[in-house]
Design a binder for this molecule. Structure first.
Ligand code: AOF
Ligand code: ZN
Length: 367
């Protein structure tokens, strides 16, 4: 790792301190280096608060004139919730800016670099670019495609089951895996399940993990016919975020009113088949500034999500247990494909361990 990469790595570490708090804005870290040492650091801590570059300037205890600024995203050029960082960088007398990637936000998209160059600042772009894009995969999808980034997460046994034939699923994966899922829920903006999961498990879908957790994700229940029991935990248990019921015009108007009185937000997205149109639902979620969805559906919802092309990333925990039973539930049901050529294929695969469990992650290939 060269010097550029080492400092860029540090911006990633700083950026991650904002995990779960910056939505729908990016994770950004900044480091100011002068005479071979770091003189200031900053990160974007929360949406609406100082951008990473501004935070680094605020933290600087010495003169930053002539220093190099490292940042994982191109400095912004627009007046948004805060003034443009490129302008501040110029005014502070920074002589060189090293960045990992151009800002995919159409409001910026190269204009930050142009402003810096025009002011005579040396610009280096593309340091650890792949890593930087992965770090902000949610932001990139959200800002360029105007839909949330969807992660389909499942936990199955070695023989590919998510529950026994009679529906017992506590627990498929081990404690370390389950803790990690809670961490994920804490990073994404929303979690989504199908009505069958609510009927079978009555989950609360909060992120609560000891006291370290400060926020809950928005909960989304896909329930085409509006079958959710008004006394279910997702409706009644206290959460710092709301509940969205994704349904269709088939919901009973009286039930709809009752749920709305209980604070449930109703989104309707009809498909010709009478199910929730998941692609349309994603368009609605974008409008609510939901940038990421952790899909923890059962097999039916997972199949529909894959069919509708909304899934970006798949995370599958595999536990070294065997259940057996031809009626035991599997992670993806629906009709399934007929020939292998039509299988959903993943790329950029990574594999990790959580005690005895294995996690396989990959991205859905667009072709
Ligand atoms: C951030 N934090 O550290 C950087 C960002 O809504 P605003 O005014 O805060 O602007 C958000 C946009 O600014 C964001 O979409 C991205 O394009 C750019 N850079 N944003 O929230 C930061 N550097
Ligand atoms: Zn900025």
């Amino acid at each position: 790792m060269n010097m550029y990469e080492r400092y860029m790595q540090r911006t990633f570490e700083l950026a991650k301190l904002g995990w779960g708090m910056t939505s729908p804005n990016p994770l950004v870290g900044a480091v100011i280096v002068k005479d071979g040492r770091i003189i200031a650091e900053g990160y974007h801590a929360k949406r609406g608060c100082a951008h990473a570059e501004a935070a680094a300037f605020e933290n600087a205890k010495e003169d930053v004139r002539g220093a190099t600024l490292y940042v994982n995203l191109e400095p912004c050029s627009h007046y948004g919730k805060t003034p443009p960082c490129a302008k501040a960088i110029i005014e502070k007398g920074i002589s060189k800016v090293v960045m990992a990637m151009i800002d995919p936000n159409p409001k910026v998209a190269g204009r930050g670099v142009a402003m810096l160059k025009e002011a005579g600042i040396q610009v280096v772009c593309g340091i650890l670019e792949q890593e930087a894009k992965k770090l902000n995969e949610i932001f990139i999808k959200y800002i360029t495609q105007k839909r949330p980034f969807v992660i389909m997460k499942t936990a199955m046994t070695l023989d590919g089951k998510i529950a026994s034939a009679r529906g017992d699923s506590k627990w498929i994966s081990g404690e370390a895996s389950r803790r990690y899922v809670h961490t994920l829920r804490n990073r994404v903006t929303a979690v989504m399940v199908g009505i069958n999961t609510v009927l079978a498990d009555n989950p609360s879908l909060t992120a609560r993990l000891d006291s370290e957790t400060t926020r809950d994700p928005v909960r989304i229940v896909v329930d085409s016919k509006g079958l959710i029991p008004p006394d279910s935990r997702v409706i009644n248990e206290e959460s710092s975020a709301g509940l969205i019921l994704a349904t269709t015009t088939a919901i009973d108007p009286e039930k709809e009113r009752l749920l709305m009185d209980k604070g449930v937000r109703i989104l309707k997205a009809d498909s010709p088949g009478g199910h929730v149109d998941l692609a349309k639902l994603m368009d609605e979620l974008y409008k609510l500034e939901i940038d990421s969805v952790l899909l923890e559906g059962g097999g039916g919802l997972n199949a529909a999500a894959l069919d509708s092309g909304i899934v970006d990333k798949v995370m599958t925990f595999i536990a070294p247990k065997i259940i057996g039973g031809k009626d035991a539930k599997t992670p993806v049901e629906g009709e399934g494909i007929e020939i292998m050529e039509h299988a959903v294929k993943l790329q950029d695969i990574s594999i990790s361990r959580f005690d005895e469990d294995i996690l396989i992650e990959g991205y859905v290939r667009g072709d």
